[in-house]
Design a protein around this ligand. Structure first.
Ligand code: 4AD
Ligand code: MG
Length: 483
């Protein structure tokens, strides 16, 4: 007999024809067996819905049916029929079943019940078998596709910037070192310092914290680029919004000023949310329900005022508030949590760095809208940002989102060579190592700008997942590098 081609479960449920013989393959989510019949919910990750497979126990003996458990992988050939039961319109009546791989119910960690997200993180190799993680992975893919589409349609070039680099673009000193030295026997020079001349690249190197600097070089020739790659930061912050390895999207645009850049960031974020609403609705409805169930266990004041879909529509339909840092400080100084000393970090003067609690106050309590803050004090921002005429602030902008805080960080770049060099000297950024960066200001410099979107933070917003560890397949955080 000719082999029947596999149909994906999502396709079958969307437009499978009743009466036609088909083959599906997947993993058993649940099995219910009664006297004459067993029902198996099968899922292959193509969508959130399972197909119900019906086994006539006269055709399949008891011993065989007993081997089918949660986690077992099956190949099923059968005919699609209208379903008698509630919950699905069609089901698959099995004619032949091959067990591809058994899963011992005594040992398989995923039971047909709700597991905590913390527990699932410890079995990250099996997480993709769950409804929640399957939905997150599908949304994550959709957002990747939407990002490339958005920038492609605008004529941006996707630029592959290096992962191995000798620079620390953000100047925060949070890099992971890269070396081929034998760590038990590191070569030293005459002064007793590590002799990096003997290392692979003949200089000190690290994993990139941002593709921006290289992105700027390309934008200075092809005008508009974006990077989309992994970035690595050894910041020891164990929060629900920080990873040691995260993905960042960094557009860089020649001839854009700060306002153009805010416009682009707002348009991009709305495009992504709009794309998800249009193309991921089944997964989003599932995730919305998941969030509502989870919130039932939380006190009222910690629950979201809007449901997931309401939040997404809200962002999509409303203009973001644009506010200078200086105005934001005034609001924060006068705010109730500041007056009543409820903030962990009190705001008492201009120049204070904003913490997530302040960002979220502005977005969630004060404006109840996404906020773009701009013109930050130069002391709390990176060396490459364009210096404003007031000599105090730089042309930076951060987009703040409900439930997340900072989701995008960007700026207009300092394109004036002398000003850039002066600032680098003030901040102890080694100019001799960044000679290639400075060269773009030497030959045909132009005003330009760019920003970085934390991709996982965006996925958190779109899926409603609270912890950033649950929106990336293999989270890297302090103490965690398994799998
Ligand atoms: O604000 P950041 O540090 O900006 C830059 O890296 C610039 N070079 C971007 C640019 O202008 N091209 O990071 C940008 C965004 C943040 O807004 C945040 O969403 C995310 O990256 N991010 C992180 N996400 C997860 N884990 C971390 N440890 C993150 N650090 C930053
Ligand atoms: Mg930032």
């Amino acid at each position: 007999m000719d082999k029947i081609k596999r149909t994906k479960i999502r396709q079958l449920l969307d437009d499978g024809k009743v009466g036609v013989e088909i083959c599906v393959k997947g993993w058993v989510r649940t099995k219910r067996a009664s006297k004459n019949v067993a029902f198996v919910a099968l899922n292959d990750g193509s969508g959130i819905r399972n197909v119900q497979v019906v086994l006539d126990t006269e055709k399949f003996d008891e011993e065989f049916v007993r081997k089918i458990n949660t986690g077992t992988s099956l190949s099923v050939v059968g005919k699609l029929v209208e379903s008698q039961g509630a919950g699905q319109s069609v089901e698959l009546v099995a004619e032949t079943i091959d067990i591809l791989g058994e899963a011992d119910p005594e040992l398989f960690p995923l039971q047909p019940k709700k597991h905590s997200l913390e527990f699932l993180r410890e079995i990250a190799h099996l997480r993709p078998r769950t409804n929640t993680f399957g939905a997150v992975l599908r949304v994550r893919h959709a957002m990747t596709y939407a990002l490339h589409t958005f920038f492609h349609e605008k004529g941006f070039l996707n630029l592959h910037t290096p992962i191995l680099t000798a620079s620390d673009a953000e100047g925060a000193g949070e890099t992971f070192k890269v070396t081929t030295f034998d760590l038990d026997n590191v070569p030293k020079d005459e002064t007793g310092s590590i002799d990096f001349k003997q290392d692979f690249f003949e200089k000190e190197t690290n994993l990139t914290v941002s593709g921006q600097l290289e992105g700027e070089l390309a934008a200075m020739g092809v005008s508009e680029i974006y990077t989309f790659g992994p970035t690595f930061r050894a910041e020891n912050s164990n929060t629900t919004r920080h990873l040691a390895e995260f993905w960042m999207v960094e557009p860089e645009m020649a001839f854009y000023d700060l306002e153009d850049t805010m416009d682009l960031a707002e348009e991009m974020l709305k495009y992504l949310v709009g794309y998800a609403l249009k193309n991921c609705i089944e997964d989003l409805e599932f995730l919305e329900k998941r969030e509502l169930d989870e919130e039932k266990t939380k006190p009222q004041n910690e629950r979201n005022e809007l449901s997931l879909l309401e939040r997404l529509k809200f962002v999509n339909e409303n203009d973001f508030v644009r506010l200078s840092y200086t105005e934001a400080i005034e609001i924060l100084k006068r705010s109730k949590p500041n007056q009543k000393k409820k903030f962990q970090y009190l705001i008492d003067e201009w120049g204070a760095d904003l913490q997530s609690e302040h960002e979220r106050f502005l977005v969630e309590k004060h404006f109840k809208k996404p906020v773009i803050l701009f013109d930050y004090p130069k002391e709390i921002k990176a060396f490459y940002m364009r210096q404003n005429d007031d000599d105090k602030t730089v042309g930076a902008m951060d987009v703040l989102f409900p439930g997340i805080g900072e989701i995008v960080g960007g700026s207009q770049r300092e394109e004036r060579k002398e000003k850039l060099e002066k600032r680098m000297a003030e901040m102890d950024i080694p100019a001799e190592e960044l000679w290639w960066y400075l060269d773009t200001r030497k030959f045909g410099t132009v005003p330009h700008s760019g920003y970085g979107l934390g991709f996982e933070r965006m996925i958190q917003f779109v899926t409603g997942m609270n912890n950033i560890r649950d929106v990336i397949p293999f989270p890297r955080t302090p103490g965690n590098c398994e799998f």
